[in-house]
Design a protein around this ligand. Structure first.
Ligand SMILES: [Cu+2]
Length: 384
């Protein structure tokens, strides 16, 4: 069985490849004086817009992609394209690969990768990240009563045959074209993932023939524990996908969602989403969603370059929200881990409500407590 030589971190990481040292690059932040915005980091004030009273009636409703109307889907696609047409907010030369505002979100994700994954802030950080994306959809004319669409994985076992990826004008774009040279992905000691049914450039649908600019990051970057010096440099290539029905059928099904929602504590949730020790039959829902789409979605660092990232992480957030809401008294502020990837002892403390995490130039830092409830504080959204 031939294995890919440039294995992607998220799908290919072996638990044994633990970084011993982590750091993130210093980039300007929303609170620093490195960047001065005429109208603040986000022009139209704090998120939410519900005037402090969030109710079931006035909450933003996030719907499954298939449950959205054609008009809503087209509005979403147009807003994403708008984000991709707005200029980056970084001063010239700071992040050469960040051409658009959409790229700024990817930059922030890459820059935070060793803090926001396999850690106690994974869920909270990605919840807010999707919310920042949602705020930018509104700035691009997306109707304010509609939320970020989510992906319910259990509806897409035949992932390369579903409407979401059929390449029509109201899809998220098609599969990548068949690339005969695409190879299986080695999982270290844990076997391999068979290749998907595409692998080449996406040439159909709304995001056809687009260019991506970050990565690919080989799995060794995760193992070494810090980003390569040149990660901010412009490396243009075509936007690809490699939809993988074997991963989708095996790992993105109701057996796993049921198991997740039956978890007794937050550490079980974290393990079931992204098990540190995994194989083809147990990828975890979070990892499997990335692997089922293929590069760049399967790239541990640069995955937000595929817009499906946001639907997938809304799907992850929906699971966490549902689980929290079943027993808010004990689950609302339940955390597990530190602010460092793989939670090494003595690097950063165990997180709690006062732990702060940040979003670079995108938005001000916030605490875990502020991000714990989708229906209060800065948030006012629900899943339907
Ligand atoms: Cu992430």
């Amino acid at each position: 069985m031939p294995f890919s030589t440039t294995v992607r971190g998220l799908c290919a990481l072996s638990y044994l490849l633990l970084p011993t040292f982590t750091r993130t690059s210093a980039l300007p932040t929303a609170n620093s004086h490195d960047i001065v915005f005429e109208d603040g980091p986000w022009p139209h004030g704090p998120p939410g817009g519900h005037g402090g009273q969030c109710t079931r009636e006035n909450a933003i409703v996030r719907r499954e992609w298939d449950d959205m109307t054609r008009d809503s889907r087209l509005a979403f696609i147009a807003a994403v394209k708008c984000m991709k047409s707005k200029p980056s907010r970084y001063p010239k030369g700071v992040v050469p690969a960040a051409i658009s505002l959409y790229d700024d979100l990817t930059t922030t994700h890459i820059n935070g990768s060793f803090v926001i994954h396999f850690s106690g802030i994974f869920l909270s950080w990605h919840r807010r990240f999707v919310h920042i994306f949602e705020e930018q959809l509104y700035e691009c004319g997306y109707p304010r009563n509609l939320g970020t669409p989510y992906w319910d994985w259990t509806r897409t076992p035949d992932i390369d045959k579903v409407a979401m990826f059929d390449g029509s004008d109201e899809s998220l774009g098609g599969n990548g074209d068949w690339d005969p040279t695409a190879q299986a992905i080695a999982l270290g000691k844990n076997g391999y993932l068979p290749r998907g049914t595409g692998g080449g450039c996406v040439t159909k649908g709304p995001f056809a023939n687009e260019t991506i600019r970050f990565g690919p990051f080989p799995g060794s970057v995760l193992a070494q524990g810090f980003l390569p010096e040149d990660w901010k440099e412009l490396k243009e290539r075509c936007f690809t996908r490699d939809l993988n029905p074997i991963v989708a059928t095996n790992s993105l099904n109701s057996t796993f969602t049921t198991q997740l929602l039956a978890a007794n504590n937050i550490s079980q949730i974290q393990v079931l989403l992204t098990p540190p020790n995994f194989g083809l039959d147990f990828l975890g829902l979070h990892r499997a969603g990335h692997c089922a789409i293929g590069d760049p979605m399967s790239d541990f660092f640069a995955s937000p370059q595929d817009v499906v990232f946001y639907l997938h992480h809304a799907g992850v957030d929906r699971m966490w929200t549902t689980w929290q809401d079943m027993d808010p008294a004990t689950r609302r502020y339940a955390y597990n881990g530190t602010s460092t990837i793989f939670n090494p002892v003595g690097v950063t403390p165990e997180v709690d409500n006062s732990t702060i995490f940040d979003f670079g130039i995108l938005a001000p830092p916030m605490t875990l407590k502020e991000g714990a409830n989708p229906m209060s504080g800065m948030y006012c959204y629900r899943y339907e």
